[in-house]
Design a protein around this ligand. Structure first.
Ligand SMILES: [Fe+2]
Length: 186
């Protein structure tokens, strides 16, 4: 398995936009939370979150994303389960999410984006954010309209976790890396 520093360097090479970088860090933070919860390989789960949209800035079409990125990762010798999870996070690939890591990546991806959007409209950012306030925003169809609510519900269901608990977990994971995600930490 590659080191975190190597993965980060690769990620920075491919992704320049601040908002896409922050999205990747948010997904990474949520993956770290779940890796610790399951006593899984935190480095591997973090790297999977960090790199899942690695190619998205340059290759946004469904024909290319996330295939281009995964081809690069395979060439660099990244573990197959990392590649599979990244392929599986896009519904359009048809790649089944069989591992817990793959299911978790899918379950946190859209939700992390949504929680970021909720954080931006709160004066205190992520601090003090409750699952209830996030659930309320999920019901508001006009808010962060691009975020697919069905993916969020399906992701939690496939993980076998109640949505409010899942939301609480992703908030906690993101709070742990708040500064990096563009929120102040205190
Ligand atoms: Fe993503």
């Amino acid at each position: 398995m590659q080191s975190y520093a190597e993965a980060l360097e690769l990620f920075h090479e491919w992704t320049q936009s601040d908002s896409l970088r922050r999205h990747a860090y948010a997904v990474e933070a949520a993956m770290a939370f779940y890796a610790e919860k399951h006593s899984a390989d935190t480095l591997k789960w973090r790297v999977t979150g960090l790199l899942h949209d690695m190619d998205y800035e340059k290759h946004q079409t469904m024909d290319e994303h996330p295939y281009v990125g995964v081809a690069v990762l395979r060439e660099l010798g990244y573990p197959e389960d990392v590649c599979e999870a990244i392929l599986g996070h896009g519904n359009h690939t048809g790649v089944e999410r069989t591992s817990l890591m793959a299911k978790t990546l899918f379950a946190v991806d859209e939700l992390a984006g949504f929680i970021t959007a909720v954080g931006y409209v709160r004066p205190t950012g992520l601090e003090g954010m409750t699952p209830k306030s996030v659930t309320k925003k999920l019901k508001d169809k006009a808010f962060a309209a691009a975020v697919n609510r069905e993916d969020i519900r399906n992701g939690a269901e496939d993980l076998g976790i109640e949505l409010p608990q899942h939301i609480a977990n992703v908030i906690a994971g993101m709070q742990a890396d708040a500064t990096r995600l563009g929120f102040s930490s205190s």
